[in-house]
Design a binder for this molecule. Sequence first.
Ligand SMILES: [Zn+2]
Length: 280
Amino acid sequence: MQDQPLRFLVVKAHPHDFTHCAGTCGIHAAQGDAITVVSMTNGAGTHNERLHDELLKPAEEQDPAIINQSADDYARIKEEEFRKVCTLFGVTDVRILDFPDKPFHKTQEAVEALRQIIYDVRPHVLITQRPYLSGRHGMASAAHNDHDETAFAILEAQGLAGTPDYGSRQRPHTIAATYYPGVYFMPDEIDFYVDISDWKEQRIQAEILFSSQGHTESFARKRIEIHTGHAGWYAGTGCAEGFVRAAPEVLSRIHVPEFALRRASEPRQNHLKRMVGELE
Ligand SMILES: [Zn+2]
């Protein structure tokens, strides 16, 4: 039985990447677990859709307020959005590191910063970018390399945090379990789903809050309906977030989730009602 509160560390490349596991973080924060969210970059170089679209226009039609906005100003707005999003899920320990994105590179400085965060937080659970480049879903574009580089940086930091340095009094730390959000994988690669049906509205609100990325309410609703609904479809519930384990887990006994036991014994109609949110 799991009765000690857990400490979660979430490490992502850009602020918006947190949303892919936000419902799961909300569930754990509400149950008393501690969540620390780290974004390696302030995201100034990514998803400035307004600037992109403004630059498509003829020069005389361009809005100077958008054209002349500095990267720092854009980053400040995004930070504000990010902190509000985290609050929606009960997460108050939010750390935005100042490494440049577009592209972000795994430097020794970045690895060391993450190692210090691991010592500070001493997490039981790490949720982070997937470190696998192979597979059809591997992101090959330069702009999205930030995710891979973040994955390699935290992997190295994780290894170093568990390794003592000569002459140092630093207490090593080993993270017990590492998971990668399912959005970076194909459906048949997912190890397990977390039912986030009760957190769907917060996931939608989070998308709306990232308005600097050009998100509107109708876009947010559509995106979350499809995204978490797609995972939910595979999971057999309304909305879900999928995860892939970094390593197979060793159990003390076989644990059958409550969800599976209930689904096996209840009327099939209940299952359909749950998929559309008519049943808890
Ligand atoms: Zn990203």
